[in-house]
Design a protein around this ligand. Structure first.
Ligand SMILES: NC(=O)c1ccc[n+]([C@@H]2O[C@H](COP(=O)([O-])OP(=O)(O)OC[C@H]3O[C@@H](n4cnc5c(N)ncnc54)[C@H](OP(=O)(O)O)[C@@H]3O)[C@@H](O)[C@H]2O)c1
Length: 329
């Protein structure tokens, strides 16, 4: 018998999540039946989407949602041999028994010198999000200027680097001077700390006096209202996230962008990376190729210990992470 540790959502979040919204529980798992496997979590992802999705994908008492890289420790399913690694949407669980239907084997030729934790980050969902936002939504072209906010995070840091690979000018904003220094290291042309610039409008204008062709939006709220005013005519906006609104108890209101969108003839499109799931294998190969060529850096913010899952999750909502936030068991 294996004892699995799980993190339960005891109470729906009201405003910023609290320790008391989570409970660590132990459950005894049955032995895997025919066709089933027993998984042991190695790396677990904490992501901003867990905050809004908890409201419409979970009920109180459920195990927290989330993806993990896990090792197959027992197997009655030939597709997943013992010792192999998989990506699974198992939630915040240390051990899982499942039939393998929703498991994705980690790339067979995953290089030995690359941590498998990156399958949750730059060579995983956030990397895919960055690439699909740039290619499928924005259609970013060489020579264009792109703005990305939350730029030192899991998605934003990859967005900026892909835009540089494509020969663009990249402007990024982030919430600390250390993050700004990291963006410069990654090759961003301009970067600023949105918390300390006196005027966001001036900072955006100074970074690109001619305005922006493309805006990869991760934050929403007042940042968005100011940035939209700085778009060039026919500018494109990919709405990937709105993290500044996720903990709001009351929805934020205006200013409304309609007149600016009409006059500048802007295009704004929201997207979920899952729309292009069929492209994932090819996309992961491209991202891994850039990593191996030294064109892509995948910085991680690792927290150690399954017990730290809530702290790591709340940490991203406080901006504690540089790069992808991951929990190593
Ligand atoms: N559409 C999709 O398919 C998809 C997929 C993945 C992610 N996303 C979205 O993409 C965005 C970035 O996700 P990620 O995984 O890369 O997260 P992340 O950027 O690694 O981590 C979150 C960051 O957001 C910033 N932040 C936190 N609270 C904030 C607030 N109140 N106002 C402004 N910034 C705040 C912090 O950076 P600073 O210190 O810079 O403020 C924090 O480090 C999120 O909005 C997420 O929901 C969407």
């Amino acid at each position: 018998m294996v004892q699995a540790k799980t993190w339960i959502l005891t109470k729906h979040f009201d405003g910023f999540p609290k320790d008391s919204d989570f409970q660590l529980k132990t459950e005894e798992l049955p032995a895997p039946k025919d066709g089933e496997v027993l998984l042991e979590a190695v790396f677990l992802s904490v992501d901003p989407y867990m905050r809004p999705f908890s409201r419409f994908r979970m009920k109180e008492g459920d195990v927290m949602i989330g993806s993990q890289v896990a090792k197959v420790v027992e197997s009655n399913n030939p597709a997943f041999p013992v010792g192999s690694h998989v990506l699974g949407r198992c939630g915040w669980r240390s051990h899982t028994v499942c039939d393998g239907k929703d498991l994705i084997p980690i790339m067979a030729d995953w290089p030995k010198d690359v941590s498998m934790s990156l399958a949750l980050g730059g060579i995983g969902m956030p990397g895919q999000t960055a690439l699909y936002g740039i290619e499928e939504v924005l259609g970013l072209q060489e020579g264009e200027t792109l703005l990305v906010n939350s730029a030192a995070g899991a998605v934003g840091s990859i967005v900026g680097q892909i835009a540089k690979i494509k020969g663009c000018k990249v402007v990024g904003s982030a919430g600390s001077d250390a993050k700004v220094a990291f963006l410069k290291e990654l090759g961003f042309d301009e970067a600023f700390n949105y918390k300390t610039v006196g005027s966001l409008e001036e900072a955006l204008r100074k970074a690109s006096p001619d305005g922006y062709d493309c805006f990869f939006e991760n934050v929403g709220g007042p940042f968005s209202s100011v940035a939209i005013q700085q778009m060039k005519n026919f500018g494109r906006i990919a709405v990937c996230g709105a993290i500044s609104t996720y903990n709001d108890a009351t929805p934020q209101t205006g200013p409304y962008p309609h007149l600016t969108m009409i006059v500048k003839q802007l295009k704004m499109e929201g997207f979920m990376q899952s729309r292009w799931e069929h492209k994932n294998p090819e996309t992961l190969k491209r991202l891994m190729g850039w990593l191996k060529e030294g064109k892509l850096q995948c910085r991680e913010h690792i927290t150690r210990g399954f017990e730290q899952m809530p702290a790591a999750f709340m940490g991203i909502l406080r901006g504690e992470n540089v790069g992808k936030a991951v929990v190593a068991v």
